[in-house]
Ligand binder design. Structure first.
Ligand code: FMN
Length: 151
């Protein structure tokens, strides 16, 4: 069990309807491009994202199996889409529906890109419950957020 005593963990940033969060990575998942919306929503400056592994925004609530499936799809030249809870620099979170795919030049895979859009409240609830159950089943970390008033 991992305990978090930062109340920031409970603060959600809502992805605006009309904006797309865009990033590109090299073949190892290292960020090579982040658009302004990605920077705003994740709370990082562009310079702090470029050159970092995309797992910089990985939230501890995300089961390993989701990313395993993502990478398996990408490796077999398939596009992947799914619901992802990401962590902000300030430890808040945001939900996205992500579409990740390879970018090909002359039939050669050169990089990966991801476009993300907002998630409905109903889907956030659904996937939070599903991912909690998946982590519990696979023996992955579970979390408890504690709030210390006089900290
Ligand atoms: C284009 C692209 C976008 C990605 N976007 C995210 C993302 O938004 N959040 C995330 O946690 N992982 C994302 N990943 C997957 C990460 O590279 C990584 O596999 C994942 O965070 C799990 O971390 P780990 O591989 O260190 O266990 C993305 C990968 C690619 C190729």
């Amino acid at each position: 069990m991992q305990y978090y005593n930062e109340s920031e963990f409970l603060i959600e940033t809502i992805v605006p309807e009309h904006e797309l969060i865009i990033s590109r990575t090299d073949l190892y998942g290292i960020i090579t491009h982040a658009n302004e919306t990605f920077c705003d929503i994740s709370g990082y400056e562009e310079e702090a994202l470029i050159g970092k592994s995309h797992n910089i925004v990985r939230h501890p609530d995300m089961p390993r199996a989701v990313f395993k499936e993502m990478w398996e799809s990408l490796k077999s030249k398939k596009q992947w889409s799914g619901f992802v809870k990401n962590i902000r620099k300030d430890k808040g979170y945001y939900w996205v529906h992500a579409r990740v795919s390879g970018v090909y030049k002359d039939d050669k895979l050169v990089e990966y890109k991801s476009l993300r859009s907002p998630v409905s409240f109903k889907d956030k609830l659904k996937y939070q419950k599903l991912y909690d159950a998946m982590r519990q089943k696979s023996g992955e970390m579970s979390r408890k957020i504690i709030y210390e008033e006089n900290k």
